[in-house]
Design a protein around this ligand. Structure first.
Ligand SMILES: [Zn+2]
Length: 256
C-alpha cells in the first residue's frame, strides 16, 4: 500500500458530519494520510480550524477564492494574518478566474495580490486557483513575488511552457480531475516537466468539476487520478504516490 496526500480538497466544509466521516474513512482506505482542506470564503475559516482540531489528518488553509469576494473584503483580509497563526498550513484558495463568476477581474487581481503579500510576509505556501488567466498570474507573481515556502496551482490545466514559468518562480503544479478528461495531452506534457519535484495530486472534492456542482465527489477518487498520472509519467503507482507525498509534505511543512 502507498501513502497519498490530497493536496487540495474542501472536505468537511460542506455537507453533513456523516458525509465528512464517510469521506475521511474512504479516503484513508485509499491510502490518504493527510487531507489539505482549503477554505474558499471567510465563513469557512473557523470551520476549517475546527475540522483540523476534531479530525486527525485534516490540515487546512485560509483564504478568499476569486468567486467569493464579499463587499467587505478589506476588513476580512485584515483578519487573514491572525487566522494563519491559529494553525493553518497555507493561504488559499486564492487566485484568478476569467471563466466563471461575476467578480470583476480587476477586483480579483487586487484581492489576490493582497493575500499573496500576506503569504510572502508570513512565509506561508499559497494554494492558487487559476482559470484562463495564467499569463496574468505569472505577471503578478513576477511583480509581487512568491513566498519562500512556495505553493502550487491546483487542478493545473495548461501548457509545458506555463508550468515551466511557474516552476522557475517557485510554484509547483497539482494534478486533479482535469486529467480524467480526454484531450489533455498539453497538460500531460506539463506534468512530465514538473515531475518529480514540482508535482502534487488532489481531488478538489467534493466539487471536482465546477460545472457539475450537483455531482459530489470523494477524496478516495484520488486513485483514478493517480492511475492516469502514473501512465502519463510512465511510473508505477507507488512511485507517483510516494513522490507527490514528499512534495506535499515539503510545501506544507508536514512532519508526519
Ligand atoms: Zn478548490
Amino acid at each position: 500500500m502507498y501513502e497519498l496526500i490530497d493536496a487540495h480538497c474542501h472536505v468537511g466544509l460542506t455537507g453533513s458530519s456523516e458525509t465528512t466521516l464517510m469521506a475521511l474513512k474512504l479516503g484513508r482506505e485509499s491510502g490518504i494520510s493527510e487531507f489539505i482542506t482549503s477554505s474558499a470564503k471567510f465563513e469557512d475559516w473557523e470551520n476549517a480550524e475546527k475540522l483540523h482540531i476534531q479530525y486527525p489528518g485534516i490540515e487546512y488553509t485560509v483564504g478568499i477564492h476569486p468567486w467569493f469576494i464579499p463587499e467587505n473584503y478589506r476588513s476580512i483580509i485584515e483578519l487573514l494574518s491572525d487566522f494563519t497563526d491559529r494553525g493553518a498550513v497555507g493561504i488559499g484558495e486564492i487566485g484568478l478566474d476569467k471563466a466563471k463568476g461575476d467578480i470583476p477581474f480587476s477586483l480579483q487581481t487586487e484581492v489576490f495580490i493582497i493575500q499573496l503579500q500576506i503569504a510572502i510576509a508570513k512565509n506561508m505556501p499559497v494554494v492558487i486557483h487559476c482559470v484562463k488567466a495564467y499569463n496574468e498570474l505569472i505577471e503578478i507573481l513576477k511583480n509581487t513575488g512568491v513566498p519562500e515556502a512556495g505553493g502550487f496551482v491546483h487542478g493545473f490545466s495548461s501548457s509545458r511552457q506555463i508550468a515551466g514559468n511557474l516552476i522557475d518562480l517557485g510554484i509547483s503544479i497539482s494534478a486533479g480531475k482535469t486529467l480524467l478528461k480526454p484531450a489533455g495531452e498539453k497538460t500531460a506534457d506539463a506534468m512530465r516537466l514538473a515531475w518529480p519535484e514540482h508535482l502534487l495530486i488532489e481531488t478538489d472534492s467534493p466539487y471536482a468539476d465546477p460545472t457539475d456542482e450537483k455531482n459530489i465527489h470523494y477524496p478516495c477518487e484520488i486513485t483514478d487520478t493517480l492511475k492516469i498520472l502514473s501512465s502519463i509519467l510512465k511510473t508505477d503507482l507507488h512511485t507517483t504516490a510516494q513522490q507527490t507525498t514528499v512534495n506535499s509534505k515539503r510545501i506544507f511543512r508536514l512532519n508526519t
